[in-house]
Design a protein around this ligand. Structure first.
Ligand SMILES: NC(=O)c1ccc[n+]([C@@H]2O[C@H](COP(=O)([O-])OP(=O)(O)OC[C@H]3O[C@@H](n4cnc5c(N)ncnc54)[C@H](OP(=O)(O)O)[C@@H]3O)[C@@H](O)[C@H]2O)c1
Length: 264
């Protein structure tokens, strides 16, 4: 299947930043085999064609909105077909602003996909990772009220309220659920890093903020009905060094190089 000696799992690798991350990994070193962990294997197969490296890619089905799917993915990863897994890139993400949607398990969708699904994935894969290994979680600066992002500040009251938010169905609250899910990503990284002894076990954990990438599919749920991201968002685009698009090296190669591990 492959001569590559180590595997990197990239969630949501069929489009946007995930696809460009896969491309950058393949270009970085011939020893990498990339697992495209995607919810639609046909879109994954199309992405492999675009990458032009069929021998060095495996498409595996993963729906982060279903904990059964996450468990199935973990079981398949243990089947021994892949090279040793040395990297997990938690990249997939959604931003649901047109009301509240739920995962297969009944959790709010943005929280369920961005945080909970990735949490379950990483927890389930931990004992199959081969050190030295790295875990990268794609976060965002929108979790930080001190940043001028135009997004509502995150609001954490309780785990139960994140999982099944009461009441407010406005687009503003949908955007807040996104920034709160990104705060969860960050807190997860800090705690996992602490539990892995800050790299002493040969596994590093990093959160990575790619910057604003207006050209990706993340805003697909925005519509005239759900409103725009807000004036401050456009001011941000106009006056700040906006990254960019995922395909630009400035966004994607940093995902790998600016993270802490240097040994993998
Ligand atoms: N765009 C920005 O400005 C920006 C800024 C900061 C951080 N980020 C972060 O960057 C990451 C990548 O986003 P992007 O901008 O590249 O957006 P994108 O183009 O929409 O890509 C998101 C990917 O996530 C996948 N995905 C969505 N729901 C999933 C599920 N239930 N299970 C598995 N995969 C699922 C999508 O698959 P489908 O194609 O099947 O939908 C898609 O491949 C996200 O974590 C996002 O929060 C983005």
């Amino acid at each position: 299947m492959t001569d590559s000696t180590r595997a990197a799992i990239v969630t949501g690798a069929n489009s946007g930043l995930g696809l460009e991350c896969a491309r950058a990994l393949l270009a970085t070193d011939p020893s990498w085999h990339v697992v495209l962990a995607v919810r639609d294997p046909r879109r994954g197969a199309a992405a492999v064609q675009r990458l032009g490296a069929e021998q060095r890619c495996t498409v595996m089905q993963l729906d982060l909105a279903s904990l059964a799917s996450v468990r199935g993915f973990i079981d398949d990863s243990r089947a021994g077909v892949l090279p040793p897994i040395r990297a997990v890139i938690c990249n997939a993400g959604v931003q649901v602003v047109s009301g509240v949607q739920s995962t297969a398990d009944g959790y709010e969708m943005t929280f369920g996909v961005n945080h909970l699904g990735h949490f379950a994935l990483v927890r389930g894969l931990l004992d199959t990772l081969h050190a030295p290994a790295r875990i990268v979680v794609v976060s965002s600066r929108t979790h930080d009220p001190a940043r001028f992002t135009g997004m509502p500040h995150p609001r954490y009251t309780s785990g139960a309220a994140l999982a099944r938010p009461p009441g407010d169905l406005t687009a503003e609250e949908g955007r807040r659920r996104y920034t709160t899910s990104k705060l969860c990503n960050l807190l997860f990284c800090y705690e996992l890093d602490r539990r892995l002894d800050h790299g002493a076990q040969g596994m590093t954990v990093n959160a990575f903020d790619p910057g604003l990438m207006p050209g990706s599919g993340l805003g697909r749920d925005y519509s005239p009905r759900s409103g725009s991201p807000g004036v401050t968002y456009y001011l941000h685009c106009a006056f700040f060094p906006v990254s960019t698009a995922p395909a630009l090296p400035g966004a994607t190669s940093q995902l790998w190089r600016r993270t802490r591990a240097t040994t993998v």
